[in-house]
Design a protein around this ligand. Structure first.
Ligand code: SF4
Length: 348
C-alpha cells in the first residue's frame, strides 16, 4: 500500500535550476539612536546542487539577509526598504503571506546554530521530526514515527529506532545538530539555509556535520546557502563565496579562486587569520580593529580604518562591486570585488 508520505515524495530538481535570487536587498533597523543599514544592496543567487557560502564577521549582514529570506526578521525594528527575493523567478516579497509561508519551511528550510534552543526540550525528537508529516502531509502517528526514524538514520544517528523516543538533552551537540538537519530535510526542500551550523561544535564534529550536509545536498540536488564567519569550514563544501562587510558584499568568487588569490584586502585578512598547521609556534594573524558600528559607518570604504593599504580615495568614495579581470584584461567569471585597489590586491 502506498503511504501518504510516499505519495508526496517529489522529483529531484535538475542541477543548475535557478532557485533563489536576492536582488538589491536593503534592510535597515530603526533605533532610538538612528537608522542602522544592516543590509545595503545585497545581490546573490543559488541554483539546485550549488553551495553558496556567505562569509563575514558579526554585524556584516549575512544573517540578517538570511532571516529576511526566511521571513523571521522582527519588523519593526527591521524594515525592508528596497529589493526583491526571487524564489524560482517569483518575488516572495510581493506574494500573499499564505503563499510565502508555503515556500518558507517546505521549499526553503533553515538550520540554526544553536540546536538545543531550536528544539523543544519537552518533546521527544521523534515527535518533533514526525510533527511536520502529521501537519503538512496528514500522516498517521505510525507513519510519522517511521519517517522520523528514517530521517534519523539518514543523518546517521546510531540506533535510531531505540532513540526516537529520547529528548533533545539526551543527545550530544553534534547529534542534536544532525537532528536539526533531519528536520530541515523532512519536507524535502529545494534549498537549505544553514546559519553557522557548526559554530557550537568541536572541530572533529564540525567536519562530520559539514560532510553530512554536503553529501545530503549533493544527493538531493538541493541548493545550500552556508552562512559562516569561518573561512576554514567552507573550503571543501562551497562552490562559490560571497564575502560581506558592513552590510555589503565586498567580494564574490568561485571558492578555489578566492582561496588561491583574493581580490579584496578584507578577504586577504580573513584568509591570513585561518590557523595553519605549518605555522606552529607563530603568532596568529588577526585583522586589526573591529567591524564598524552600523549607526556610524566610516565614510568611503567601510573597511578603510582597518585596511593596511587604504588611500585618500578609500576614505571618501565608496567602492562599487564590479567584475575583475586577469592580467590581460579578460573578465574572470564569477569574480567581483568592491575595492579601489583590487588590481594591486589580485595581481600584486
Ligand atoms: Fe582597503 Fe581601500 Fe580597498 Fe577599502 S577600497 S579595502 S580601504 S584598499
Amino acid at each position: 500500500m502506498t503511504t501518504v508520505i510516499e505519495k508526496n515524495q517529489k522529483t529531484r530538481l535538475e542541477v543548475g535550476t535557478p532557485l533563489l535570487e536576492v536582488r538589491d536587498l536593503h534592510v535597515e533597523f530603526h533605533t532610538r539612536d538612528g537608522v542602522a543599514k544592516a543590509v545595503n544592496g545585497v545581490n546573490y543567487s543559488v541554483a539546485a546542487g550549488e553551495t553558496l557560502a556567505v562569509l563575514g564577521e558579526s554585524g556584516s549582514g549575512k544573517s540578517v539577509t538570511a532571516q529576511t529570506i526566511m521571513g523571521i526578521l522582527d519588523m519593526p525594528p527591521g524594515k525592508i526598504s528596497q529589493g526583491q527575493i526571487l524564489y524560482r523567478g517569483e518575488d516572495m516579497l510581493a506574494m500573499k503571506e499564505e503563499q510565502r509561508r508555503q515556500i518558507r519551511g517546505q521549499k526553503i528550510a533553515m538550520i540554526f546554530q544553536d540546536a538545543l534552543s531550536s528544539l523543544n526540550p519537552v518533546m521527544t525528537v521523534g515527535a518533533q521530526l514526525g510533527e511536520m508529516f502529521r501537519v503538512h502531509r496528514g500522516a498517521s502517528r505510525k507513519e510519522a514515527r517511521d519517517k522520523a526514524i528514517e530521517l534519523m538514520e539518514r543523518v546517521r544517528i546510531p540506533a535510531a529506532k531505540q532513540r526516537v523516543g529520547d529528548y533533545p538533552h539526551q543527545f550530544s551537540g553534534g547529534m542534536r545538530q544532525r537532528i536539526m538537519i533531519a528536520m530541515a530535510l523532512s519536507m524535502e526542500p529545494d534549498l537549505i539555509i544553514a546559519d553557522e551550523p557548526t559554530t557550537a561544535l568541536d572541530v572533529t564534529v564540525q567536519a562530520q556535520v559539514m560532510d553530512l550536509l554536503a553529501e545530503l545536498q549533493a544527493e538531493y540536488n538541493m541548493g545550500l546557502i552556508l552562512i559562516t564567519h569561518d573561512l576554514g569550514v567552507v573550503a571543501d563544501v562551497a562552490d562559490k563565496i560571497a564575502v560581506m562587510y558592513a552590510g555589503r558584499i565586498v567580494e564574490t568568487a568561485p571558492v578555489h579562486e578566492l582561496y588561491a588569490n583574493p581580490a579584496h584586502p578584507y578577504t586577504k585578512g580573513l584568509l591570513r587569520s585561518i590557523p595553519r598547521l605549518d605555522q606552529k609556534g607563530q603568532e596568529l594573524y588577526a585583522i586589526k580593529g573591529l567591524p564598524p558600528n552600523l549607526l556610524k559607518v566610516p565614510a568611503g570604504c567601510a573597511f578603510n580604518p582597518r585596511c593596511d593599504v587604504a588611500t585618500d580615495l578609500c576614505r571618501t568614495e565608496i567602492p562599487t562591486l564590479h567584475h575583475v579581470t586577469d592580467k590581460d584584461g579578460k573578465e574572470l567569471t564569477g569574480r567581483r570585488s568592491a575595492c579601489h585597489l583590487w588590481k594591486e590586491t589580485l595581481h600584486g
